[in-house]
Design a protein around this ligand. Structure first.
Ligand code: FAD
Ligand code: NAD
Length: 455
C-alpha cells in the first residue's frame, strides 16, 4: 500500500522546509523530499541558502571583513598586532562547520515537528501523486492531498564561459576556493558578484568585475548606488560598467576574458573567473507532462498571488516562482501556502520585501526607489542623513553612506512601505545607535533633522 500525507513538499530550501514545518504545526501529516548533495558527498537539507548561498557567503564575508579590519583599522584604535596573516584552510573549515550545524539543525526541526524528511528525488505526477526516488532503495509513489513545489534555482551558465568547476566557476565553487587567487574576474556586478568579489578582494585577490549594464546597481536608489560605487572603488574592486563579454579562453594557468565597452575591445587575464549573471528556476524533472503544471516564458512555475498553481491543491513557492530570489521571500511564501492549505486566511505584501547586500558598507532598501516614485508622478519629499554625522558610526569607524527616506508630499506615507515619516519621527532610538540615522532621515524629510544641517 502506498504511503499518504496531507502535504508533500518537494525541496527543503528556506521556502520548502518552512512550508513543511508550518504545515506540520497545523497538525497535518507532512513529508519533505530533498536531493541536495554537498561536495563531501553528504546529503543535507537547507537548499542553496544554507549549503551554498546566504549562510556560507555570510561566513566568508565576516572572516574576510575581520581580516581586512585587522589590517587596515586596528592601528587607528591603537591595537598593535604585528603582521596579520590569513589561514584560508581554517576560514573554510569554519564555513563548512557552520553549514553542517545549520543543515543538521533542519533535520532536528523536522524530527521535532514530526515532518518526514525524505532524501532523494521528488516528481509530481498527475492526480497529486508524488514519485519519490530515494538515494538508495526502491522508487515509491506517495499520495498527497496537497503538494508544495519548492525546487529553487540554479546559476545561469554563459555559453561563452561554461563552468568547469576550477577555472570558470559558479557562486558555489567561489565559496569553496582553497587558496586566494592572485587575480579574479567576476562577470556580473549583481549581489553575488559584489559580495563574493568583496570577500576575495579583502583576502588579497586583484578583483575585476565586468558588468553589462551602464548603470551600477541599477535596481538600487541612484544616491545609494553612487555612494556604494565610490566605496567599492576605494576597497580595490575594479568594476567596469557597460562591459559586453564575448569570449573566455582558458590556458593552463589563466582565463583570458574578452569584452567590449565604450572604449572598444578589451581583455583581462585572470586566474579564476566567477560567472554570476543571475539564477534560473530549477524545474528539471520536477513534474510529469500530464501533471498540469505550467511554466512561463522564463521557466518559472506559473502561480497566482497566493502561490497556487493551476492544479488544485498544488502550490509553488520560493525561487522557482516569480518575484525576487530571496530566502525570506521564499520562507514567507512557504508560510502562506501552509496556512492556506490549513484553511486559514493568508496573504503576502510583495511591496515590502527588503533587499540587502552584505558588502561593506551593507546596503539595504525596501519600498520604492526615488526614480520609481518620480516615474509614478506622485509628489514626494526626501530626507537623508549621512552616517558621517552619526556618533555611533564614528565610534565604529563606519561612516560611509547614509539613510534615505522618500515620502509622499500629500500624506507623508513612506512610499512603498506604508507608515508615515511622522511615525518614525516620534520613535525613540537608543543612543548611540546606527538606527538613530533612520530617525534623523525621517526628520530630514520635513527639514527637521537635529544632528545635521537641513537642506
Ligand atoms: P533552494 O534554496 O534552491 O532549495 C531548493 C531545494 O530543492 C534544493 O535543496 C534542491 O536540491 C531541492 N530540489 C529541487 N528539485 C528537487 C526534486 N525534484 N526533488 C528533490 N529535491 C529537489 N538570499 C537571501 O535572502 N539572503 C542572502 O544573503 C542570500 N545570499 C545568497 C548567496 C549566494 C551565493 C546565493 C547563490 C544565493 C543567495 N541568496 C540569498 C538567495 C537564496 O539562497 C535563495 O533565494 C533561496 O535559497 C531560495 O530558496 P528556495 O527554497 O526557493 O530554493
Ligand atoms: P543578479 O541578478 O543580482 O546580478 C546579475 C548581474 O549580472 C546583473 O547586474 C546583470 O546586469 C549582470 N549580467 C547579466 N548578464 C551579463 C553578462 N553577460 N555580462 C556581464 N554582466 C551580466 O544575480 P546574481 O548576483 O547572480 O544573484 C542571483 C540571485 O541570488 C539574485 O536574485 C539575488 O537576489 C540572490 N542573492 C541574494 C543575496 C542577498 O540577498 N544578499 C546574495 C546573493 C544572491
Amino acid at each position: 500500500m502506498s504511503r499518504s500525507f496531507d502535504v508533500v513538499v518537494i525541496g527543503a530550501g528556506p521556502a520548502g522546509y518552512i512550508a513543511a514545518i508550518r504545515a506540520a504545526q497545523h497538525g497535518m501529516t507532512v513529508a519533505c523530499i530533498d536531493e541536495w548533495k554537498n561536495r563531501d558527498g553528504k546529503y543535507a537539507f537547507g537548499g542553496t541558502c544554507l549549503n551554498a548561498g546566504c549562510i556560507p557567503s555570510k561566513a566568508l564575508l565576516e572572516s574576510s571583513e575581520l581580516y581586512h579590519r585587522a589590517q587596515h583599522e586596528f592601528k587607528k584604535h591603537g591595537i598593535q598586532t604585528g603582521d596579520v596573516a590569513m589561514d584560508i584552510a581554517t576560514m573554510q573549515k569554519r564555513r563548512a562547520s557552520i553549514v553542517r550545524q545549520l543543515t543538521g539543525g533542519i533535520a532536528g526541526l523536522f524530527k521535532a515537528n514530526k515532518v518526514e524528511g525524505l532524501v532523494g528525488h521528488g516528481k509530481l505526477l498527475a492526480g497529486r501523486k508524488v514519485e519519490f526516488t530515494p538515494v538508495s532503495g526502491d522508487v515509491e509513489t506517495i499520495d498527497a492531498k496537497h503538494v508544495v513545489l519548492a525546487s529553487g534555482s540554479s546559476p545561469i551558465e554563459l555559453p561563452i564561459a561554461p563552468f568547469d568547476g576550477v577555472q570558470i566557476i559558479d557562486s558555489w565553487d567561489a565559496l569553496e576556493i582553497e587558496a586566494v587567487p592572485e587575480t579574479l574576474g567576476v562577470v556580473g556586478a549583481g549581489v553575488i558578484g559584489l559580495e563574493l568579489g568583496s570577500v576575495w578582494a579583502r583576502l588579497g585577490s586583484k578583483v575585476t568585475v565586468l558588468e553589462a549594464m551602464d548603470d551600477f546597481l541599477f535596481m538600487a536608489d541612484r544616491d545609494v548606488a553612487k555612494a556604494a560605487a565610490q566605496e567599492f572603488q576605494k576597497q580595490g574592486l575594479d568594476i567596469r560598467l557597460g562591459a559586453k563579454v564575448s569570449k573566455a579562453v582558458k590556458s593552463k594557468n589563466n582565463v583570458t576574458v574578452s569584452y567590449a565597452d565604450s572604449s572598444g575591445e578589451q581583455s583581462i587575464d585572470v586566474e579564476k573567473l566567477i560567472v554570476a549573471v543571475g539564477r534560473r528556476p530549477h524545474t528539471d524533472d520536477l513534474f510529469s507532462d500530464d501533471a498540469g503544471i505550467q511554466l512561463d516564458e522564463r521557466g518559472f512555475i506559473v502561480v497566482n498571488e497566493s502561490c497556487r498553481t493551476r492544479v488544485k491543491g498544488v502550490y509553488a513557492v520560493g525561487d522557482c516562482v516569480r518575484g525576487p530570489m530571496l530566502a525570506h521571500k521564499g520562507s514567507e511564501e512557504g508560510v502562506m501556502a501552509a496556512d492556506l492549505i490549513a484553511g486559514e486566511v493568508a496573504e503576502m505584501n510583495y511591496d515590502v520585501i527588503p533587499s540587502v547586500l552584505y558588502t561593506h558598507p551593507e546596503i539595504a532598501w525596501t519600498g520604492k526607489t526615488e526614480a520609481e516614485v518620480k516615474a509614478s508622478g506622485r509628489p514626494y519629499k526626501v530626507g537623508s542623513f549621512p552616517f558621517m554625522a552619526s556618533g555611533r558610526a564614528k565610534a565604529m569607524e563606519q561612516t560611509a553612506g547614509m539613510v534615505k527616506i522618500i515620502a509622499s508630499k500629500e500624506d507623508d506615507e513612506i512610499l512603498g512601505i506604508d507608515p508615515d515619516t511622522e511615525d518614525l519621527q516620534r520613535t525613540i532610538h537608543a543612543h548611540p545607535s546606527l538606527a538613530e540615522a533612520v530617525h534623523e532621515a525621517a526628520l530630514a524629510v520635513d527639514k527637521k533633522a537635529l544632528n545635521f544641517p537641513n537642506k
